[in-house]
Ligand binder design. Structure first.
Ligand code: ADP
Ligand code: MG
Length: 313
């Protein structure tokens, strides 16, 4: 059994009348890159803030490293690195001084601290900006500084709340690669995002959140197996009679077809050789077609099928 780093049981958090967390449960094992995926307002940041004891909650229990978390548990807090959703750095301190300050909260030894700060700067690629003040940095570089401040002291658990929002693609890739590297070096990661592509790319397990609840949990493969859609095929056809559409609807594994704007969309619940069968049918019936493309289900499809809503609106 791997060690449980995070255990959240039946967490309830209200803001006045609003139920932000509704008996939320979560367990994260050592070594995971755990993704909390959910639309804006689903309760990701509230979960993180409760986890860190930055926010009190109404009901439930939170354990970190097997121990009950509380605001005064500094020995637990020092094992955690936090990258909050809103960038939190000192505008009057340089890049180097900012990282040194946050690292200094946990690392007393001067020599070791210098080494850690330099490593963090290298890690996020800010070598050329050490003496710069944060207001001079671009959005992406500022995010990287925010990350360096959170991870410099080499925590065992790293929590990142939407670290790539409004970040250019280059910084974004640097951040995602960085997270994987931190994980390889031994850190357990909690990563929140409303970008399904990112979560799919880096996370070992994912909890999909909606309205303060965890509505699905698993690896991306497991999540995709929970839903009916196995493959979605789009074929550009200028003219398709109702008869032909009905016949295609009866091909093996097809559970739904839509014909709109000269595009036939065919949904399959799994199965193999779906494309070949469709192309054979079109050929045999001399139906001419243009572009064809096949898509495997995304985490948005999972969210859509469970909630009836798009992940991003
Ligand atoms: P996410 O991080 O997934 O976007 P949040 O945890 O920030 O979601 O918010 C969950 C819900 O709680 C939302 O409906 C949000 O409007 C509400 N909320 C968050 N913070 C506060 C607050 N300080 N006061 C009142 N409502 C809040
Ligand atoms: Mg948030």
């Amino acid at each position: 059994m791997s060690e449980k780093i995070v255990e959240i049981k039946n967490l309830v958090k209200r803001y006045g009348d609003l139920l932000a967390l509704d008996h939320f449960n979560l367990e994260i094992n050592q070594g995971e890159i755990f993704g909390l995926l959910g639309p804006n307002g689903s309760g990701k940041t509230t979960t993180i803030n409760c986890l860190l004891s930055l926010l009190s909650f109404d009901k439930g229990e939170i354990k970190l490293f097997g121990e009950k978390m509380a605001p005064n548990k500094y020995h637990l807090k020092k094992e955690i690195g936090v990258v909050l959703q809103n960038v939190a750095v000192f505008e009057g301190l340089t890049v180097y001084e900012n990282i040194d300050y946050f690292c200094g909260l946990y690392i007393n030894d001067k020599k070791l601290r210098k080494q850690y700060v330099e490593e963090a700067i290298q890690f996020v690629g800010l070598e050329d900006y050490k003496k710069m003040l944060p207001p001079k940095l671009s959005g992406g570089l500022l995010r990287r500084l925010n990350i360096a401040c959170g991870i410099a002291h080499k925590p065992k658990l790293i929590i990142m709340d939407e670290p790539t929002v409004a970040v250019d693609p280059q910084s974004r890739n640097k951040i995602l690669e960085g997270i994987e590297e931190l994980n390889r070096q031994g850190a357990t990661i909690i990563y929140t995002s409303h970008y399904m592509e990112e979560v799919e790319q880096i996370c070992t397990r994912i909890a999909i959140m909606d309205k303060g609840k965890s509505i699905a949990l698993g690896t991306k493969e497991e999540l995709k197996k929970m839903i009916k859609t196995g493959e979605k095929l789009t074929v550009e056809i200028l003219q398709l009679s109702k008869e032909h559409k009905d016949c295609i609807s009866k091909l093996p594994h097809v559970y739904q077809t839509e014909y709109q704007d000269n595009n036939l969309v065919i949904y399959f619940n799994g199965g193999k050789h779906n494309l070949v069968r469709v192309l054979e049918y079109l050929g045999e019936n001399e139906i001419s077609f243009g572009r064809v493309f096949s898509e495997l289900p995304t985490l948005n499809d999972v969210f859509l099928e469970i909630t009836g809503k798009q992940l991003r609106d």
